[in-house]
Design a binder for this molecule. Structure first.
Ligand SMILES: O=c1ccn([C@H]2C[C@H](O)[C@@H](COP(=O)(O)OP(=O)(O)OP(=O)(O)O)O2)c(=O)[nH]1
Ligand SMILES: [Mg+2]
Length: 143
């Protein structure tokens, strides 16, 4: 599927890094570098603008390596890019480690998965159908 994109950054377009990867890696488009201090959050520009087909969304997800090695994750994970959004794609990173983390311009900071979604309409009723689980949740089935 072809998706319209404007790239105002000086970096390559978001890309699948392996043949069958689900996520397109997003690169930081920042002046030089930034430092994210412990527990600090940072909204990082990518310099890209996309136009998703109606019925699709893009999810902004963490990169596992950054999370595992440095405690860097996407605070609002998964971030949601709506099909009608025309602004710059931005990545909200947070540093959950106890040390500063430096991000350089052009570094791959997150990944974006494009997915189909349903648009529903509500059928408002008085009673919902019965199930074995019923209203049990939040650990209802045990540890
Ligand atoms: O990680 C993200 C999440 C969102 N967005 C953009 C695209 C999305 O379509 C828009 C709104 O996001 P969302 O609906 O999650 O935020 P909101 O706080 O509900 O804002 P709004 O009132 O604009 O919907 O912000 C990003 O660039 N990156
Ligand atoms: Mg919203």
């Amino acid at each position: 599927m072809k998706v319209n994109i404007i790239n105002t950054s000086s970096h390559p377009l978001p890309a699948y890094e392996t043949d069958h990867a689900a996520g397109l890696d997003l690169r930081a488009f920042i002046p030089e570098q930034i430092t994210i201090k412990p527990l600090q959050r940072f909204l990082i520009p990518t310099g890209i603008y996309i136009e998703l087909p109606v019925g699709y969304e893009a999810q902004v997800r963490p990169r596992s390596g950054l999370a595992y090695k440095h405690g860097i994750t996407v605070l609002n994970s998964p971030g949601t890019i709506d099909a009608d959004y025309r602004g710059e794609v931005k990545v909200l990173l947070v540093n959950l480690s106890d040390t500063d983390f430096i991000i350089n311009n052009g570094e791959r900071i997150a990944q974006m998965v494009v997915a189909k979604h349903e648009a529903i309409t509500w059928n408002e009723v008085e009673v919902l159908t019965d199930t074995k689980r019923g209203q049990g949740g939040y650990g209802h089935t045990g540890k």
